[in-house]
Ligand binder design. Structure first.
Ligand SMILES: C[S@@+](CC[C@H](N)C(=O)[O-])C[C@H]1O[C@@H](n2cnc3c(N)ncnc32)[C@H](O)[C@@H]1O
Length: 387
């Protein structure tokens, strides 16, 4: 009976969701309007809907109930009331490996193709294992935390006291199950940042020197700047973004992190900004570019449904406009750190090749950080040095 009710709820959510906003935002409003749903009902409904979107474009010809059964089976490792009710014969196999379960689904649905989960796979960057990447969309990424230097002991102790499961991956990096709530455990808001594992790793490419002048030119709420500042607090930092509101978030995060000495500008970098930047020169520029975000769709699988292939070209053009408008502010011999959270070659290695050709920068290093292998986002980073 419960499962029948769950199915009806999912049908209603999918019918109402216009796919014009992130799913989590839609669900928050939906649950507010449906107060009769208890927290367990909400949790199950969210799981079912998210898993449904994790199936991407696979089995599109199948009925909703069949797609939900397959999604629930592939995305869960423990049995649940939905599978028990609608597909009891699969219950005993739910703990199998993803590979084994994919084979089992294929036996029942001969049309099933794991590559159809992510139909844009023809655009994947070099080095990505296409089949593995597509199958890992079925696995929800973890929650990653970067803890302030020196606060690791306190952070670990609080997690232990709260009885939370976690992994301490490196000095300041922790992994927890997605959805773990930490806010109520810590009053000091600068003690930790939520930052994906791959996003933390890009920091290895910054290498700032004391008294350097750096520009985080698409800074948003400052994730990369915080990482940069942690590596070298004695730098002169300019942060900019096209959105003033997101820079307000940056101010707040910087305040909590104790960073007071920085300059901030609202700039549209598709336009020539020489009027405002004519006497600026930098020892390092971080360009964490606006991009498809396709490396993060494990967290927002509804995007696979919403994305249109031509958008890749849109982002490539946008990124080139921005690159063109920032490179002249780089001192000779100094790095441009180009970052995307995209898995598309047009936004990644093709951009690096273009920068090299167009502006004669040397590629010091580039890497596709394969987060899909570690329940994390996939990102691309290149360190290019001006001649
Ligand atoms: C990937 S996000 C940056 C994330 C950020 N570095 C962080 O670690 O939190 C890209 C940012 O580029 C900004 N952006 C988009 N178009 C822009 C433009 N024309 N000029 C400047 N910034 C732009 C967006 O507002 C967005 O905040």
């Amino acid at each position: 009976m419960k499962a029948i009710h769950q199915l009806a709820t999912v049908e209603q959510i999918l019918a109402r969701y216009q796919q014009d906003q992130p799913l989590h935002r839609f669900l928050a409003v939906y649950y507010r309007q449906n107060k009769q749903m208890g927290s367990k009902d909400r949790k199950i409904a969210s799981r079912l809907v998210y898993n449904y979107f994790r199936l991407g474009h696979a089995l599109q010809q199948e009925s909703l109930i069949n797609r939900l059964i397959v999604a629930e089976f592939l995305c869960n490792t423990l049995s649940n009331s939905f599978i028990a009710f609608y597909k009891p014969e699969w219950e005993v196999s739910i703990h199998l490996t993803l590979e084994e379960k994919l084979a089992l689904v294929k036996r029942e649905f001969s049309d099933f193709n794991v590559l159809a989960i992510f139909p844009f796979h023809y655009h994947l960057s070099e080095g990505i294992d296409t089949t593995l990447f597509c199958s890992k969309i079925l696995v929800q990424p973890d929650l990653y935390i970067r803890v302030r230097k020196g606060a690791e002991k306190r952070f670990t102790g609080t997690l232990l006291d709260a009885g939370l499961n976690f992994q301490h991956l490196g000095e300041q990096t922790y992994a927890l199950a997605n959805g773990t709530k930490l806010d109520h455990l810590f009053t000091d808001r600068g003690l930790y940042e939520v930052q994906d594992l791959s996003s933390q790793q890009v920091g290895n490419y910054f290498k700032p020197q004391k008294w350097d002048k750096w520009w985080d030119c698409c800074a948003a709420s400052g994730g990369k700047s915080l990482l940069l500042h942690q590596q070298q607090p004695d730098i002169k930092l300019l942060v900019s973004d096209i959105r003033a509101s997101i820079l307000d978030n940056l101010d707040e995060r910087f305040l909590h992190a104790g960073i007071r000495n920085y300059q901030k500008k609202v700039l549209d970098l598709t336009l020539d900004q020489s009027l405002y930047l004519h006497d600026y020169e930098f020892d390092g520029i971080i360009l964490d570019a606006p991009c498809s975000g396709s490396g993060t769709w494990g967290r927002t699988p509804e995007m696979i449904n919403q994305f249109e292939e031509h958008t890749i070209q849109f982002f490539q053009d946008l990124q080139r406009k921005i690159i063109r408008n920032v490179i002249s502010y780089l001192k000779p011999g100094k790095p441009l750190i180009y970052i995307t959270c995209s898995v598309f070659k047009e936004e990644n290695e093709a951009q690096v090749a273009w920068i090299k050709e167009e502006f004669k920068l040397q590629v010091e290093s580039q890497e596709l950080i394969k987060g899909y292998q570690h329940k994390a986002d996939t990102m691309f980073i290149a360190r290019l040095v001006k001649a």
